[in-house]
Design a protein around this ligand. Structure first.
Ligand SMILES: [Zn+2]
Length: 156
């Protein structure tokens, strides 16, 4: 779900900024995500060249909505929890780059870290590519929930 919403925002950004440079086009994703009230994104390192299909990005997330909700409901967690936001970043950047860019959350506020911190690079560049791909496969449980939601819509 996060991935799809990121990819959709990337299409929008491309329409809004037809003349912009690679970095501005990339940073429109975090801006949209901030406007949507999800998270405030601070870039640490961006190395982007769309024509050469080269990408490396490292960002800090402040006020992660997903981490705050997790902390409120379940407390500290041993692993990072901001999965839909990771999906969004991957969907957005992959759409912009025209290749699969996978992000990982290396620090997370819900884990007790000061901020959430994410790193994104082409999926082939991560050590355990198969494990990484597994995260992006559609979840049958999520699909069942969406189907139930359709059924339970009130009739107009
Ligand atoms: Zn997090």
């Amino acid at each position: 779900m996060g991935y799809a919403s990121g990819a959709k925002d990337a299409e929008l950004a491309r329409k809004l900024l037809p003349e912009s440079n690679d970095e501005d086009l990339l940073m429109m994703g975090p801006r949209l995500h901030t406007l949507e009230g999800v998270v405030h994104v601070k870039p640490i390192k961006i190395d982007i060249d769309i024509r050469q299909r080269h990408f490396y990005g490292e960002f800090l997330w402040e006020n992660s909505h997903e981490a705050s909700e997790h902390l409120k409901l379940f407390g500290i967690h041993p692993e990072p929890v901001c999965w839909t936001q990771i999906g969004y970043a991957s969907g957005y950047t992959s759409e912009i780059m025209g290749r699969f860019i996978a992000y990982r959350e290396v620090e997370c506020k819900a884990k007790g870290d000061r901020h959430c911190r994410i790193i994104g690079k082409p999926i082939e560049d991560w050590d355990d590519v198969d494990e990484e791909r597994r995260h992006y496969r559609p979840d049958p449980m999520a699909e069942q929930l969406l189907a139930l939601q359709d059924v339970s819509q009130p009739l107009a």
